[in-house]
Design a protein around this ligand. Structure first.
Ligand code: ASP
Length: 328
């Protein structure tokens, strides 16, 4: 427990600050509400070191497209990358050998869409966007989500790659078929972006906890838990043990803290601290958040060391190791 040292003076929180001037709204009593100029400087940030994904999202923003297009196309890069075994094709399966995907997306108007337990379709985030745009619903699950995807032209594909199958077969030899909570086998991609109009959107996609019980859903497709965006304030997204994020409605909590005037960094730290405080019988687990406010300030914080996040702005690429609640 001596390791549980709270790092008060984080060096984070300054990466990716927008150069555009901000005008605090005269009419608002809310300290976190700002009027942005029509043209502002875009920024994208994502959980983990996913340079190809942030580069793609940045290109989309540079072309003048919306933050919604940017986050969708950014995370699609990871969904298609078979070597990334935590999202999309190549994701690690559940303990029965099925790869099941969870994803959600949220735009600047508070519209959102989500899919859970989606099989045989690579781009879960795009199916989530279709749910948002083409149905009156927010969330589709399982067979229904898969059928909906085919109806909207998504191809059927085997998601379990040889590599993931091989590792799963190895796991079965010693696992006694028990689902595990650990800090290695999961790394959801959450992405947040501001476009030239100053609008914020976010996306989150995952194959979930490796070797989970069949049917298990984590935080990633749950609006408010794995992702939340309020275009007046900012956005937040999570990675790590979804059960802990769901219990604290982590991303919503962070956005509400920013609404009350906390910086993205402070808000992420408070959310992580709350999760640790709610776990007196502390187990080794990983939970990390990233956040972005309307000013373009960013933050990231994690329970365990080892979490980093990428930003891409006019200043270029930055990989920032997130400070953590528990020091080495
Ligand atoms: N949050 C994901 C889940 O619980 C896993 C992860 O981020 O690694 O399904």
């Amino acid at each position: 427990m001596q390791r549980r040292k709270f790092l008060k003076n984080s060096t984070l929180g300054t990466a990716g600050i927008l150069s555009a001037p901000l005008i605090a709204s005269q009419a608002s009593t809310n300290p976190a509400t700002y009027s942005l100029p029509q043209q502002t400087t875009p920024i994208v940030l994502a959980t983990w070191d996913v340079a190809n994904a942030t580069s793609r999202a940045w290109e989309v923003l540079r072309e003048g497209a919306s933050s919604l297009d940017a986050v969708e196309q950014g995370v699609m890069v990871e969904e298609a990358d078979e070597s990334n075994q935590t999202v999309g094709k190549g994701g690690r399966p559940d303990r029965d050998g099925q790869v099941t995907l969870d994803a959600c997306i949220m735009d600047q108007d508070g519209n959102c869409g989500s899919v859970v337990y989606l099989r045989n379709v690579v781009h879960a985030v795009s199916v989530a966007r279709k749910v948002m745009e083409e149905t009156p619903h927010v969330m589709l699950a399982g067979d229904g989500a898969e059928k909906f995807a085919y109806e909207h032209g998504f191809p059927k594909e085997e998601l379990l790659t040889q590599q993931s199958r091989k590792e799963w077969e190895e796991w079965k030899k010693t696992s006694q078929y028990k689902p595990i909570i650990n800090i290695e086998n999961h790394d959801t991609i959450g992405m947040l972006a501001i476009d030239h109009q100053g609008n914020i959107s976010g996306a989150c996609t995952t194959s979930g906890m490796a070797y989970k019980v069949a049917g298990r859903i984590g935080d990633s497709p749950i609006i408010g838990a794995g992702l939340f965006v309020d275009n007046e304030v900012g956005g937040a997204t999570a990675t790590g043990v979804g059960e802990e994020v769901v219990r604290t409605v982590g991303s919503f909590l962070i956005v509400e803290l920013m609404r009350q005037g906390k910086s993205p960094q402070q808000a992420c730290e408070i959310a992580v601290k709350r999760i640790v405080d709610k776990n007196p019988g502390y187990r080794e687990f990983q939970v990390g958040f990233i956040a972005l406010n309307k000013k373009g300030e960013t933050g990231g914080y994690c329970i365990q060391p080892g979490f980093n996040y990428r930003t891409y702005s006019e200043e270029g690429h930055h990989l920032t190791p997130a400070a953590s609640y528990i020091s080495n």
